[in-house]
Design a protein around this ligand. Structure first.
Ligand code: GLN
Length: 308
């Protein structure tokens, strides 16, 4: 009979490999084992620690071993669990959406500073919203902001709307529901987007097509549509920068998550499109992960940079 402790040890051993047919890229075997065991036993990682000597029912142990197998085959923990934490919220995820990443927290933090630094009401459009992580985190942290979120993928929008309903109470009725409402629109970038916004955010696909096959198996199981930025990685970014002006109020800003290697090219595109105050924001590894600019020379009406 396995105990929680022996199951964790065995899970870690299996995830560390090397085993046959292991195609996964497993960088945190210990964390992965505990997340999968907690999921198999329908408990939390915290409780696993405090109940290490308890025995596990045989069926729970075999569920755990099946989850370990899935992980070894290259499926990421977030898809196995069907959820991923982002800015303190548990997002539902599936292979229809990119798994929210810490990189995108930089986008959210910069957008929050922009919302705080401008007179209300602030309106935000989040393009390529995927699971809705950025849009929902913004609404959760700044309920007064008016948020619109779009994606070209119907399947992604379904997940985003499910997340909004669960995390913000989007599905309810009455004043509270309206306060937490996000408008979702199925759209190829700006195609179906009406009106103008104070801030446009996006984590568009930005990986050069030729690099996708060389990525970790976990990433290759994410929707190609959410990763593939065309030959030079800039296909979508180029379109967003070119079309953003028509959808920004004077003084409005555009904020993009980018591949740090593409930072000089993105800066150049923003300059050519007439953006001012172009700035980049670094991720925890020190790379330029987010870049933005605003649509006027005045620093008055809306400056996302006021607080930095
Ligand atoms: N940050 C993701 C990665 O490197 C890419 C996300 C994207 O293309 N928007 O895997």
């Amino acid at each position: 009979m396995a105990t929680i402790q022996t199951a964790l040890t065995e899970g870690k051993r299996l995830l560390r490999g090397p085993g046959k047919n292991v195609s996964a890229c497993i960088t945190s075997p210990s964390l992965d084992a505990s997340l999968l065991l907690a999921h198999a036993l329908n408990t939390t990682r915290g409780r696993l620690v405090s109940t290490g000597n308890e025995t596990i029912p045989d069926d729970g142990y075999s569920v755990f071993l099946r989850l370990i197998e899935r992980r070894l085959s290259g499926e990421c923990v977030a898809y196995i669990l069907g959820k991923k934490e982002f800015r303190g919220l548990d997002f539902t995820v599936s292979p229809a959406v990119l798994v929210p990443r810490p990189d995108t927290e930089i986008l959210v933090e910069t957008a929050l500073a922009g919302i705080d630094g401008s007179p209300p009401p602030v309106t935000v459009l989040d393009l390529c919203t995927g699971s809705g992580a950025a849009a929902i985190a913004l609404k959760h942290e700044r309920p007064a902001a008016g948020i619109t979120a779009s994606d070209i993928s119907e399947a992604a929008l379904e997940i985003a709307e499910t997340n909004a309903a669960r995390l913000l109470g989007n599905a309810g009725a009455g004043a509270d529901a309206r306060a937490f409402h996000i408008t979702f629109i199925k759209s190829d970038l700006f195609e179906n987007i009406p009106g103008k916004f104070n801030l446009i955010t996006a984590n568009p696909p930005y990986i050069p097509s030729g690099e996708i096959d060389g990525l970790a198996p976990e990433v290759r199981r994410e929707p190609r549509m959410a990763l593939d930025g065309g030959k030079d990685g800039l296909a979508l970014i180029r379109r967003i920068i070119a079309e953003a002006r028509r959808h920004l109020f004077p003084g409005g800003s555009l904020l993009l998550e980018i591949d740090p290697r593409e930072a000089p090219a993105v800066r150049n595109l923003l300059e050519k499109a007439g953006f001012n105050d172009i700035q980049s924001y670094r991720d925890l590894a020190g790379f330029e992960r987010v870049m933005g600019g605003s649509m006027t020379e005045q620093h008055g009406s809306f400056s996302i940079y006021g607080k930095n």
